[in-house]
Design a protein. Structure first.
Length: 307
């Protein structure tokens, strides 16, 4: 990555922010949710490592690709891409969360990684046209207020024949671990916000037909949607920090009085007990691996398996 590339990204990363219609998500990820992810960075990186591996399993080392990581969070997937592309490659991570982008930049500097980061909304950001060989995301694309517009913008950023690879959650029923806290805490937290079906959020892309429709409408082709399951683990000592800081319960618990908080913590330890095995928490993450190709000007594309 050249100094000029870094400079250009720095100048453009705020373009279009005044037109950002997804204010609720921006407020969420620049507030307590974003800070919680930064604080739990190491735990979450370990938890989701199997999905990161899936993103890059077909990407050769040292290939010099240009990679865009959408919803990069604290930068784990962007840095993984940077390790693969080699000295001739370029990796850009983009996220709306200023706290997470700051953490990602610090990690990249500490690792002397060839990666840049933009604090911006990928739905509206003015990417250079046809500039990326590969666009990836690990749980970062389910929060757009207008998914078709977002993926059309990403399509414009992809080179003809460029590849999209992303991991998204299947439905809540297949991921009971992810909703254990809110289900157990709901009787004690009447103000707990309900998830909005079809709205921006963790399970927004649970329906594969919707995902396929969004990608087709936004100009992607050779769409593939494959169910993948992964064994996810975290230290049992980190469980309380996980359920008290992250997700809908974490957002509400900050404002709970001490007796209510203590009661909820006890309740949640009981609810999560089936997932605790000795010193480790284990569960299966049920996701979709979504792949697609950017159509070429002639309407064709390279084979879906090649990069």
């Amino acid at each position: 990555m050249s100094a000029m590339q870094e400079s250009n990204e720095g100048r453009t990363e705020r373009q279009g922010e005044e037109h950002d219609g997804n204010r609720e998500q921006r407020a969420l990820w620049n507030g307590s949710a974003g800070r919680a992810w930064v604080d739990r960075q190491a735990v979450l990186d370990r938890l989701f490592q199997p999905f990161e591996d899936l993103l890059f399993e077909t990407m050769p080392h040292g290939a010099g690709h240009r990679v865009l990581d959408v919803g990069c969070g604290t930068g784990s997937t962007t840095l993984a891409a940077a390790r693969r592309v080699g000295a001739d490659g370029y990796c850009l991570g983009i996220d709306v969360s200023a706290p997470m982008i700051a953490a990602a930049r610090a990690r990249a500097e500490a690792a002397a990684a060839r990666a840049a980061f933009a604090c911006a909304d990928a739905q509206r950001h003015a990417f250079a046209a046809a500039s990326f060989d590969l666009i990836v995301s690990r749980f970062g694309v389910m929060f757009f207020d207008d998914p078709v517009s977002a993926f059309a913008n990403l399509r414009r950023a992809a080179r003809d024949g460029g590849q999209l690879r992303m991991i998204v959650w299947r439905d809540a029923g297949e991921n009971p671990f992810m909703t254990t806290a809110e289900r157990a805490a709901a009787p004690l937290l009447p103000q707990l916000p309900a998830r909005q079906p079809g709205g921006p959020g963790q399970f927004a892309f649970a329906d594969p037909h919707r995902v396929s429709s969004v990608l087709a409408a936004s100009g992607w082709s050779a769409i593939g949607i494959e169910p993948v399951n992964a064994d996810c683990t975290m230290p049992a000592a980190e469980l309380e920090g996980y359920f008290t800081r992250l997700g809908p319960v974490g957002l509400v618990l900050d404002n709970a009085d001490a007796p209510t908080r203590a009661r909820i913590v006890r309740t949640l330890h009981t609810a999560f007990a089936p997932y605790v095995h000795g010193s480790e928490v284990r569960f299966t993450g049920a996701c979709w691996l979504v792949t697609a190709r950017a159509r070429s000007a002639s309407g064709g594309s390279r084979p879906a398996g090649s990069l």
